[in-house]
Design a binder for this molecule. Structure first.
Ligand code: ATP
Ligand code: MG
Ligand code: NA
Ligand code: MG
Length: 273
């Protein structure tokens, strides 16, 4: 987001030594009261009115998530144009990796104040209570989410592609109430990356301000592909011929990809609308 021109104030909801796929983790989890203290500091200086966007990702605790909703409401009262981008991080591939107690909070309290949501397939299935087995199911699930508030819903990946591709599916409600829907194929890279959801959400926030939703998604996917291709190539070199890259070798090559973040050039072929 900084590379794309945004001044970012980050609140680390966790400060960990490393991501959670490593065998050991050291660090701290920010408590709900500590979030309140930070927001108080901003409030007391009259700084809460300066925000244009809020982005949330992994949150481990329902009370922290509820406090986040209070912050969104306050920011929106101060700036009605504030855009809240929510990545409702709960799980993937059919299972929760957070507490299931987050689900009703995301569904009933967060969605009504969110503008853009970027769930994966599992997360939108949880939020809507609908299994997705076809693009038609996905469209219906996105409608359910729109009805709760958000004008833009992007399922960042689904298993509805083919063996070589993931499928991203997006739905955007325009100012006149009509909908733009589209899909984009994403060539599958043969590795499990960590941090891709965060990268997607932050790039999408940045581009959604500068381009229409379809062009924004193309730029996001283009950058993602460059980052992941570079990351996998480096990981394979580090692992050596015939060895499977480990966590450390698969750390996203973000700064090495700064030009692909600034200028995502390659047009990405999009699936039929
Ligand atoms: P995370 O596990 O980081 O929370 P997520 O499950 O929320 O991610 P995904 O939809 O899995 O989100 O991934 C986000 C984006 O990352 C996808 O839209 C895609 O562009 C890219 N991506 C992730 N993994 C791969 C992969 N193996 N091959 C190609 N692209 C990938
Ligand atoms: Mg995923
Ligand atoms: Na996602
Ligand atoms: Mg995610």
């Amino acid at each position: 987001m900084q590379v794309l021109g945004y001044e970012v104030d980050a609140i680390n909801s966790v400060q960990f030594s490393n991501h959670t796929q490593y065998p050991h983790i050291g660090g701290q989890i920010l408590k709900c009261g500590e979030l309140k203290e930070l927001v108080n500091g901003l409030r007391n200086n009259g700084l809460l009115c300066k925000y244009s966007h809020l982005l949330t990702g992994y949150i481990g605790d329902p009370s922290f998530l509820q406090e986040t909703v209070a912050v969104v409401k306050e920011l929106k009262a101060l700036n009605p144009h504030l855009v809240y981008v929510c990545d409702p991080v709960m799980g993937d591939h059919g299972r929760f990796y957070t507490s299931e107690t987050l689900l009703p909070v995301y569904r009933d309290e967060v969605l009504p104040v969110a503008d853009i949501v970027v769930p994966n397939q599992f997360e939108i299935e949880c939020l809507t209570g609908k299994k997705i087995a076809s693009v038609c199911d996905a469209v219906n699930a996105m409608k359910v989410v729109h009805d709760k508030g958000p004008h833009t819903v992007i399922i960042t990946s689904t298993e509805l592609g083919d063996t070589d591709n993931l499928l991203m599916i997006a739905s955007h409600r325009k100012g006149d109430g009509s909908f733009v829907r589209f899909q984009q194929k994403i060539p599958v890279q043969d590795a499990v990356f960590v941090g891709t959801g965060d990268l997607f959400a932050s790039l999408l926030l940045a581009w959604s301000e500068k381009a229409d939703i379809k062009e924004a998604c193309s730029k996001v996917i283009s950058t993602m592909q460059h980052v992941l291709t570079r990351t996998l190539k480096a990981a394979k070199e580090l692992a050596g011929e015939g060895n499977k890259p480990n966590c450390m070798q698969l750390e996203l090559q973000l700064i090495q990809s700064i030009r692909d973040i600034e200028t995502p050039t390659t047009p990405v072929p999009s699936a039929e609308d």
